[in-house]
Design a protein around this ligand. Structure first.
Ligand code: KG4
Ligand code: ZN
Length: 371
């Protein structure tokens, strides 16, 4: 911590992330309550290591994290132009996620903390995503958050660094998982989101009619697993009739599938905004995070639904929507400022719901614990 003559306080935090298939380290700095700055953000992806297996293999992920964590930390410090002695704390994702990866990160952070005497702050990965709008745009509490990724899909009211209310969540797959499975069923490249989106751009969304799961229920819960089953049935029917899929068939299937996801997210977001407005009528901000937020059709629909309901729409830059350590350093910074410290007993948690008062919806999926 540095105190200048005017009694300003500067905090510099190193963050580590290794809960799924990205090994990341970042340095974030904040002076007083001004907007935080990202001094560096290093991400080593593992897509190639897992591509042959059609999903993330936990053991391979954990080993790759263990190999890359020290390299990412070194690089993050060098790029930020700081040394360990300039830091105020080490923040690390302590869950939820694939346990081997989370342990790698927590052990690395503990090693640095033990060697330097720096305080350790454990961070919930989902809180990292949920606080990103404060890191990028200094959004004030409370705000409404939609987390949409390969492992998560939930609406949250963010009230404070450790205070969240879940308005609804997926009861089965996350939308990113549905995109990935669709890509696999159609022989498209992983990760499936970008491939399916690219195909959908040349397709007719009305040729195949996909279901709109749970729209008949009034709540904010979602379901995506039925969409891939519908897609498999449609694909098999076309293959049965014609002996294979043409490029156009594939594009039309992708367009129909994506349109269903867009419709469901649009309608459920409208409901979440209405619920949120009952409690917080003034200047609502709706922010989105997670890899699926990269989808341009989904972004456009969310933007529109916010405009229709008088809410401000905020989408962080894509590099901060997907897994990264800047969000972990920032969430750690907020916890640190509120006085939170973790000791060497900090554990790694495969599951760790943000809203402890809501009933658990999900178990652990292919891409990690969904909480
Ligand atoms: O947040 P993220 O990097 O990792 C976690 O799941 O935590 O999200 C990755 C997911 C993948 O399932 C990927 O297919 C999806 O985000 N994704 C997309 C797009 N880009 C990435 N889904 C739909 N459209 C996209 N353009
Ligand atoms: Zn994530």
């Amino acid at each position: 911590m540095q105190w200048s003559g005017r009694m300003t306080r500067t905090l510099t935090i190193l963050g580590l992330e290794s809960s799924c298939d990205d090994t990341a380290a970042a340095v974030v700095r904040q002076t007083d309550d001004e907007q935080a700055q990202i001094l560096s953000s290093i991400v080593f992806g593992q897509t190639e290591l897992h591509s042959a297996f059609g999903g993330v293999v936990p053991e391979i992920a954990a080993r790759a994290h263990a190999e890359k964590l020290d390299v990412s930390v070194k690089q993050a410090l060098t790029e930020a132009g700081v040394g360990l002695h300039d830091l105020d704390a080490i923040a690390v994702t302590a869950g939820p996620g694939l346990i081997g990866g989370v342990i790698s990160g927590v052990m690395c952070a503990k090693g640095i903390a033990a060697g330097t005497g720096l305080p350790l702050v454990g961070v919930n990965h989902l809180a990292g995503h949920a606080l990103t709008p404060r890191l990028t745009d200094g959004v004030a509490y409370p705000y409404l958050m939609l987390l949409v990724s390969g492992g998560h899909c939930q609406f949250l009211i963010a009230r404070g660094p450790e205070s969240f209310t879940r308005l609804g969540s997926t009861i089965d797959d996350a939308p990113g998982e549905a995109f990935d499975k669709t890509a696999r069923l159609l022989g498209l490249q992983q990760p499936g989101g970008p491939s399916v989106q690219a195909e959908a751009e040349n397709g007719d969304p009305n040729r195949y009619r996909f279901p709109r799961p749970l729209l008949d229920r009034p709540d904010c819960n979602l379901s995506f697993s039925g969409l891939k089953t519908a897609l498999m049935r449609m694909r098999d029917q076309v293959v049965g009739e014609k002996g294979g899929l043409t490029r156009q068939d594939r594009a039309d299937l992708c367009a129909g599938f994506q349109a269903a996801i867009v419709d469901v997210l649009r309608e459920k977001t409208a409901r979440a905004i209405r619920l949120y407005l009952e409690e917080n009528p003034a200047c609502p901000t709706v922010a989105v995070a997670g890899g699926v937020a990269a989808n341009s059709a989904i972004r456009a629909a969310l933007k529109q639904v916010c405009a229709d309901n008088g809410a401000r729409f905020l989408a962080p830059p894509l590099s901060l929507c997907t897994d990264n350590a800047a969000m972990i350093a920032y969430a750690g910074l907020e916890r640190f400022k509120s006085g939170a410290r973790d000791g060497m007993e900090l554990g790694a948690r495969p599951r760790w719901p943000l809203d402890q008062s809501s009933p658990a919806m999900l178990g652990s999926g292919k891409k990690g614990a969904k909480a």
